[in-house]
Design a protein around this ligand. Structure first.
Ligand code: PLP
Length: 382
């Protein structure tokens, strides 16, 4: 049986029907190129600029600060490599729990004279401000810490960390891909210099994202060509996806309070059940995204649980879906000091718009059956 209940919204979401409706006209022929001067081109340009306003408004920024990209990964790469390439090499400090879209480009700077330093996290998954202060005694030029972790959902105090970076003359980037649409975000209040966003995590289409930039920051493009996006991201804009992203931002902002209330209620219900079944919940003691629960049962492999629950009709994730070809325990949990045996058991439920209480109750029943079945098997094996 194919999974019928989708509990993997931190991996991707289904586009909102209202978003799809708004995109469709831009996929029909004839479609203008936003750089063309004729009426088709002007129409496409107007749509892109309208979306720029919607994205900027979602994070309290000015439209001129928005650089459209092909997604969150590209926004992260542009931030890390683009900013570093405009500076003289020093140290880039990234938290130990970053998504590969941040830590891989940070590692790639190594060959260009940069050094990479990892900012440790506490057992609860929070980036330690003290550890960042210690690191800043060295020559750190760029700091990158995510606003919310994709696996645990743990939120970081970005404003405090950005202040430390600023006080030491470093620039600060935050990957807010998982935070957008789930918690309020204000670019200026956070005091960062760059922020990455992605469309498909907020019921927008895949393949669109943005880097929000402090206008004082020097940055080099990664893609050179026709000079779109003020020369920072050459290439014909993906107009339909950008239109969808803009509208998804508008809905996410408008519906944030109600969405948060619903998600928190469902997540708390889920976690009460998980605890009753004896699961460990990671990061449960600190502020988290309202939709995310990352948990493990001792001696039960996360991958095994994902496959078993898929058979029962529930789509969940083990570790990070974006690197699910790897069977290594989650680097996020290891950074939090979780024992590798328990970390291997980690599974994530990330709730979203289509989920309800009946689905959560059904999931808990299926999970209990699975846990009992597996406990009997282990008892027989001893
Ligand atoms: N950053 C974080 C925290 C993510 O969770 C993801 C995707 O899961 C990305 C970046 C990459 O975004 P995209 O899939 O839009 O490239």
């Amino acid at each position: 049986m194919n999974a019928a209940v989708y509990f993997d919204h931190n991996a991707t979401t289904t586009p909102d029907a209202r978003v799809l409706d708004a995109m469709l006209p831009f996929l029909h022929q004839p479609q203008g190129n936003p750089t063309s001067r004729h009426s088709f081109g002007r129409q496409a340009r107007a749509a892109v600029e309208n979306a720029r306003e919607q994205v900027a408004a979602a994070v309290g920024a000015h439209p001129s600060q928005v650089v459209f990209t092909g997604g969150g990964t590209e926004a992260d790469n542009l931030a890390i490599c683009g900013i570093a390439n405009a500076m003289s090499p020093s140290i880039i400090a990234v938290s130990a729990i970053e998504h590969p879209a941040v830590f891989r480009p940070a590692q790639a700077l190594f060959g260009r004279g940069w050094q990479a330093a990892r900012i440790p996290v506490t057992g609860a998954g929070q980036v330690s401000a003290d550890a960042l202060c210690d690191l800043m005694r060295q020559k750190v030029g760029l700091v990158s810490v995510m606003a919310a972790n994709n696996e645990t959902g743990v939120l970081q105090d970005i404003a405090a960390l950005a202040e430390i970076a600023r006080d030491h003359g470093a620039l600060m980037h935050t990957d807010a891909v998982q935070a957008l649409g789930k918690i309020p975000l204000d670019f200026d209040a956070l005091g960062v210099n760059a922020m990455s966003l992605s469309s498909h995590k907020i019921c927008g289409p895949q393949g669109a994202g943005a880097l929000i930039l402090d206008k004082r920051v020097d940055i080099q493009p990664l893609l050179r060509g026709g000079g779109q996006e003020k020369g920072l991201r050459s290439g014909t804009e993906n107009v339909a996806a950008i239109v969808g992203f803009g509208l998804a931002c508008e809905y996410a902002t408008r519906e944030l309070t109600e969405h948060t209330r619903r998600m928190t209620q469902l997540r708390d219900r889920l976690e009460a059940g998980l605890q009753r079944l004896g699961a460990t919940i990671f990061g449960g003691e600190v502020a988290r995204l309202p939709n995310t629960s990352f948990f493990a049962f001792p001696n039960l492999e996360g991958e095994t649980l994902v496959m078993a629950m898929d058979k029962q009709g529930y789509a969940i994730a083990s570790g990070s879906a974006c690197s699910s070809d790897s069977t290594e325990p989650s680097h996020v949990l290891l950074a939090m000091g979780v024992a590798p045996e328990l970390a291997r058991g980690a599974a994530r439920v990330s709730l979203g718009a289509g989920n309800d209480e009946a689905q959560v109750a059904g999931f808990l029943r299926a999970l209990e059956n699975e846990r009992n079945r597996w406990q009997q098997l282990t008892a027989m094996a001893v």
